[in-house]
Design a binder for this molecule. Structure first.
Ligand code: ADP
Length: 448
């Protein structure tokens, strides 16, 4: 087992990892920017090192400073959390080159899955169903026209290096294609320094359903069921549930097994998520995330597992503590991402939380790093906590969530808590009847 783990992240996820380490008897090292000197992840860690000024590129993305911090403190492993350096294959390689264990997959798997064309090719060969699309990159307009005719309109032009929904343009008809291709290429070039694009069939009203997997270095792969993350705003997840209200048990077993077998073939190590769009009973792969995800706790709730503990343990070379047959789903879990934002305009609301009180009681978990008197810095993501609620079934979970939301108190800043209070009483939400564009339509109706 590791003696000391450096946590290369901040906020609630840094705390989540710290907690798993402490329960495993592992000492922790926090890194932080000058803006986060008083942050909870710094206060709780056994040791902390300042790695630079507020801007992420100078601190949480500052590879030399983070490696030095690990060396100075004698950390034998680095957990990257999500975001920041978590999907940077080069970082994983550098960590390894310093004889420090990167808690995550092999750099090569991070690299392949970070290139959407390579990822589609790899998982497609391993048996995962894909969105119909171009055969690799499209270079000329002429080639794009031919591919789009084969796929059938509408088509989406997507960036191979894409992320956060950037470099993605829709062509409803052949007339839109030239412009979609040009703008997607330009946006991708300026955002990612790579203007490689490809085409995909555009699915009109799909759900976003993703499968959680975890694998050890002894060839054991376990799939932990799905999360439904269809409630999104600007391609950002807002509320997630496990399991999905849209799948039957038979569909669940089928897609889970398909994914499990594919991951086995790929020889992947650690936690990962395979994201799909789901429409008319069919699954279409969109990407694989080679890291822990924000919404992992809802899977932990319905499977009674600790994914961070398993991640750390398999990184030491140990076997997973459970087998596929040990995973049985029980109850229902929902996560609300609480952002420091105006709940109507979504304008960020940084500043001091003069008073804070978290919901509690049966089935309620609030993963956060805020406290009364904490000042939210303006430099980072606006998510300040995740309200995770578990119930015996979906109706019980929603009733509990309503009760938990009513207990949350934030004074001094705006949060998205009021949005969830309204949302969970919507009849369509209650029926589980929604798709990836539904929340934006619902918000437009509310503000209209
Ligand atoms: P990124 O890495 O930029 O987030 P993804 O490929 O994960 O890109 O897609 C982000 C979102 O864009 C998806 O959750 C979905 O809402 C939408 N999207 C992606 N591909 C398609 C498609 N083929 N048809 C319809 N919507 C899509």
């Amino acid at each position: 087992m590791f003696n000391k783990v450096l946590i290369a992240n901040r906020g609630e996820i840094a705390l989540r990892i710290h907690r798993a380490c402490k329960e495993m008897g592992i000492a922790t090292v926090a890194v932080h920017s000058t803006a986060d000197a008083n942050a909870m992840h710094v206060r709780l860690a056994d040791e902390s090192v300042c790695v630079g000024p507020p801007a992420p590129k100078d601190s949480y993305l500052n590879i030399p400073a983070i490696i030095s911090a690990a060396e100075i403190t004698g950390a034998d492993a680095i957990h990257p959390g999500y975001g920041f350096l978590s999907e940077n294959a080069r970082f994983a390689e550098i960590v390894g080159a310093h004889n420090i264990t990167f808690i995550g997959p092999e750099p090569e798997h991070i690299r392949v899955m970070g290139d959407k064309i390579a990822a589609k090719d790899a998982v497609g060969r391993a048996g995962i169903p894909l969105v119909p699309g171009s055969d690799g990159a499209v270079i000329s307009l002429e080639q794009a026209r031919a591919e789009a005719d084969k796929i059938g309109y509408p088509v989406l032009v997507k960036a191979a290096a894409g992320g956060g929904g950037r470099g993605m343009k829709l062509a409803r008809t052949a007339d839109d294609l030239a412009e979609a291709l040009a703008t997607a290429k330009a946006e991708s070039g300026s955002s990612f320094g790579d203007d490689t694009v490809y085409l995909e069939k555009y699915l009109e009203l799909p759900r976003h359903i993703e499968i959680q997997i975890i694998a050890d270095s002894h060839g054991n792969v376990v799939q932990l069921g799905e999360r439904d993350c269809s409630l999104q705003r600007r391609n950002q997840k807002v509320l997630e549930e496990a399991l999905s209200p849209a799948l039957t048990d038979q569909q669940r077993v089928q897609i889970g097994e398909t994914v499990r077998k594919a991951i086995e073939k790929l020889g992947y190590l650690g936690a990962g998520t395979i994201e799909f769009l789901y429409e008319n009973g069919e699954f279409y792969f969109i990407e694989m995330n080679t890291r822990l995800q924000v919404e992992h706790p809802i899977t932990e709730q319905v499977t009674r597992t600790d994914l961070v503990r398993e991640q750390i343990s398999v990184a030491t070379g140990a076997k997973l503590s459970f087998r596929q047959k040990d995973i049985n789903f029980k109850g229902h879990a929902i996560e609300c991402r609480v952002n420091a934002e105006d709940p109507r305009t979504f304008r960020p609301s940084p500043g001091e939380i003069t008073h804070f009180h978290a919901a509690g009681g049966p089935g309620v978990r609030f993963d956060s790093a805020v406290y009364s008197g904490y000042t939210i810095p303006p430099y980072y993501d606006s998510m300040i906590g995740k309200l995770i609620v578990y119930g015996d079934d979906r109706a019980h979970c929603i009733a509990r969530l309503r009760r938990a939301l009513s207990e949350m108190v934030f004074v001094g800043i705006d949060t998205t808590v009021p949005l969830f209070v309204d949302l969970i009483d919507d009849p369509n939400f209650q029926k589980g009847d929604y798709h990836i564009h539904w929340l934006e339509e619902w918000l437009a109706e509310k503000s209209g």
